[in-house]
Design a protein around this ligand. Structure first.
Ligand code: CP
Length: 298
């Protein structure tokens, strides 16, 4: 079964192939009826704007149809139905399922009960592989992925996009500079695994000291919804902010990415700089997710 649960399920050649396919789609080289008659189920048990809507739009652009639920309250999960039973039922209605769930490991569990491919659209603080593919695609629009220097800034503990991206970048021998508020560091399990595999991970506590060395600055918001209480969130909220002043003197090719939504971690004045690529990054969700749907469904 063609599940995409973790970015680690994909080899570098699989990723390159998907990104090449996305580039062709982006250049309008695709069959707009390739998924005609196919149905995609979107099961979103956590809020989403980009992931949900771009999978929906991607399916429509390939001639297919989407069905789904947008919250626990709008589904029979609210009546106590288990994820396993929900997946057993929905896999009888659709040709693939895109699942977002607050619990880490939920997509892997779902894949054990599904008769159709599952795409993990974010499982708690776990992984978000489709985001990573569009992140890589966006970087590749500006520079080759091999050997780049990437700053990962923000909530690296709960930020699933950073987890997936760190694994993916290790396949391209990137050097990772991690910058996070105290207590929100990249989990040790990820750091140790990547370091043992030969990836250079350098922890910093001040972005201004390394920003001139970077090719990519990947900013994430603090994941308030994963904190045990408001007080612990407010202890770290607003502790970093990218401004035009901070970006003065950086490499010409530096790009600033963010999976969005952003809160206050990127000054809106940065949007006007050529380094800002986060809205383009979000638009790239369409060709990348079209390529993913073609891979898993057809
Ligand atoms: N980047 C991302 O996953 O955005 P949404 O939560 O809006 O889907």
């Amino acid at each position: 079964m063609n599940h995409i649960i973790s970015i680690r399920d994909l080899e570098r050649t699989d990723i390159d192939c998907l990104l090449d396919k996305a580039a062709l789609i982006h250049a309008n080289c695709y069959d707009e009826n390739s998924l005609k008659g196919k149905i995609l189920a979107l099961l979103f048990f956590e809020p989403s704007t980009r992931t949900r809507m771009s999978f929906d739009a991607a399916m429509a652009r390939l001639g297919g149809t989407s069905i789904g639920v947008d919250s626990v309250e709008a589904s029979s999960v609210a009546k106590g139905e288990t994820l396993a039973d929900t997946i057993r039922v929905v896999s009888g209605y659709a040709d693939a399922i895109v699942l977002r769930h607050p619990k880490e490991g939920a997509a892997r569990l779902a894949s054990e009960f599904s008769s159709v491919p599952i795409i993990n659209a974010g499982d708690g603080a776990g992984q978000h592989p489709s985001q990573t593919l569009l992140d890589l695609y966006t970087i590749r629009q500006s520079m080759p992925l091999e050997g780049i220097k990437v700053g990962l800034l923000g909530d690296l503990r709960y930020g699933r996009t950073a987890h997936s991206l760190a694994y993916a970048l290790s396949l391209y021998h990137a050097t990772l500079y991690t910058l996070s508020p105290k207590g929100l560091e990249l989990p040790c399990a990820i750091t140790e695994e990547l370091t043992e595999g030969g990836t250079a991970i350098i922890e910093h506590d001040d972005v201004s000291t390394i920003i001139r060395d970077l090719d990519v600055l990947y900013v994430t918001r603090i994941q308030r919804e994963r904190f045990p209480d408001s007080a612990s969130y407010f202890r770290v909220a607003s502790s970093y902010r990218i401004t035009p002043e901070l970006l003065s003197g950086v490499k010409e090719r530096l790009i600033v990415l963010h999976p969005l939504p952003r809160l206050d971690e990127i000054d809106p004045r940065v949007d006007l700089l050529p380094h800002a690529r986060y809205f383009e990054q979000s638009r790239n969700g369409i060709p990348v997710r079209m390529a993913m749907l073609q891979k898993v469904i057809s």
